[in-house]
Design a protein around this ligand. Structure first.
Ligand code: ZN
Length: 114
C-alpha cells in the first residue's frame, strides 16, 4: 500500500512509498502506473506508485504481459484532489485546525478539573 502515515519527530504525517523498492516517493520524480489491459467492464484499474522511471521499468518488467500507462504523481494527485474529489484545501485546513484547537482546549479543561 503506497499511501502511509509516516512517524516523524512531530507525529504521524501522510507519505507515499514506492510499490517497487519501498522508499519514499517525491512529487518531483514520482509516477503513477496502471494497466491499460484492465477489462472495460470493471471500469477502473488499480494503480501502482513508483519513485522514479527506474522503479517504473523494474515494476513493468515483473509483469511483461501487461501494458502499463504512466502519469506524473503530482499531476495525478492534483487531478484527483481538485477535479475528481473537488476538495477545497483551504476549507479542509481550516476545519482541521479548528478540530485540533477544540481537542486541545478540551484536554486543557480536563487537566484543570483533575
Ligand atoms: Zn522505488
Amino acid at each position: 500500500m503506497p499511501f502511509v502515515m509516516e512517524l516523524q519527530p512531530g507525529g504521524f504525517v501522510p507519505a507515499v512509498r514506492c510499490d517497487h523498492c519501498g522508499n519514499s516517493v517525491s512529487a518531483e520524480t514520482g509516477l503513477i502506473l496502471w494497466s491499460i489491459d484492465s477489462p472495460r467492464a470493471i471500469g477502473s484499474a488499480p494503480v501502482f506508485v513508483v519513485c522514479d522511471q527506474d522503479c517504473a521499468d523494474a515494476l513493468a518488467a515483473r509483469s511483461p504481459q501487461s501494458q502499463l500507462a504512466a502519469i506524473a504523481l503530482d499531476a495525478y494527485l492534483v487531478t484527483l484532489v481538485e477535479d475528481s474529489l473537488a476538495i477545497d484545501a483551504d476549507a479542509v485546513r481550516e476545519r482541521e485546525e479548528l478540530a485540533w484547537a477544540i481537542e486541545r482546549t478540551r484536554d486543557e479543561v480536563d487537566q484543570a478539573l483533575d
